[in-house]
Design a protein around this ligand. Sequence first.
Ligand code: ADP
Ligand code: MG
Ligand code: MG
Length: 211
Amino acid sequence: MDLNAQWAAAWMRDAAAAMAENRQRLIDLDRAIGDADHGENMDRGFSAIVEKLDADGVPATPSEVFKLAAMTLMSKVGGAAGPLYGTAFLRGSTAVAGKEGLGAEDVVAFLTAARDGIVSRGKAEPGDKTMVDAFTPAVEAAQTAASAEASGAETLSAAANAAEAGLAGTEPLIARKGRASYLGERSAGHLDPGAASTTLILQAAASAAGE
Ligand code: ADP
Ligand code: MG
Ligand code: MG
């Protein structure tokens, strides 16, 4: 499917379904190294995005869908993840403003701006055991795919696969940001919940595009 506003809306719906389906898994991951609310937070936020799309209709461009998502996540999701994902979608929205359809380079611009937004807000570096450890390899894989003439959908799929590998890589890490950092060395041996939700979000982007 073309990466237009209908795709962006389908992405949000697929992400909401993934959050509902993985709610308990994300809660369990967050119970191990946090406060057991990540599944609830993400499910609430993405359900609210779908409700808003149902109530107001799908906006004209992907950028406007991402802006709606950003505003909703910021207002409905407390804790660390709401403002971080809100900033990600807001910066990503700006990066592709005015475009009716996104190509591979636009996907790269979106993902890069989204990741940079998370980093500027949360100050985490790769290796700190956060969502940045899924997002950063996703950005790099998207850049590589786009340079090799991949389609927008293929670029999303490459990003999602790299995020999944990045998620697996969080297991041995000691958390240096967020609530999990309070555990120090005891945070090692668990996957990071935010890296898990980032992977679900990017997988939803690719699956909505038909990849
Ligand atoms: P809270 O920790 O406030 O309960 P959530 O459980 O919803 O919030 O989200 C926790 C996730 O947020 C972590 O697993 C981690 O991926 C991410 N996170 C926390 N702090 C930061 C940060 N400073 N930078 C990037 N990601 C972060
Ligand atoms: Mg939590
Ligand atoms: Mg919390």
